[in-house]
Design a protein around this ligand. Structure first.
Ligand SMILES: [Zn+2]
Ligand SMILES: [Zn+2]
Length: 131
């Protein structure tokens, strides 16, 4: 029975993360899953996240090291972080950067991920006072 419970809680966590575009934190995952599964424990959430991370199903964002967020989007993408509402958005657009010869010679670079900062559409409107 205990096993069954754990499995269904695990599935609830996986279900919540699937196609989730909000880059939720552990607390957010826990809160949301707990709504439907009152017996879920924070430890189960942590364990499941760990398992999904190891399998490469989700990735951990370290934009804020004290508040890690999780991302199930398997496509190569960049992020936009809103300085006001702190939401993190996926940027799937190709961004080209130019590396100096020095960098290219010093390292064997495999790729890059860009974190863009600013204000999202909602917060931009609030800032300018236009609704
Ligand atoms: Zn915002
Ligand atoms: Zn993302």
């Amino acid at each position: 029975m205990e096993n069954f419970k754990q499995t269904s809680q695990r599935l609830a966590i996986i279900d919540y993360l699937k196609d989730n575009k909000n880059h939720p934190t552990v607390e957010e995952i826990f809160k949301s899953v707990k709504d439907k599964n009152p017996h879920v424990s924070l430890a189960t959430v942590y364990n499941t996240i760990d398992m999904l991370k190891k399998r490469g199903i989700i990735s951990e964002l370290t934009i804020n090291s004290t508040k890690r967020r999780y991302d199930p989007n398997p496509n190569y993408h960049h992020h936009f972080i809103c300085l006001s509402c702190k939401n993190v958005f996926d940027i799937e657009e190709k961004i080209n950067i130019t590396l100096s010869e020095e960098l290219k010679n010093s390292y064997k670079i495999h790729g890059y991920e860009i974190d863009l900062y600013g204000y999202c559409n909602n917060c931009k409107k609030e800032l300018s006072g236009i609704d």
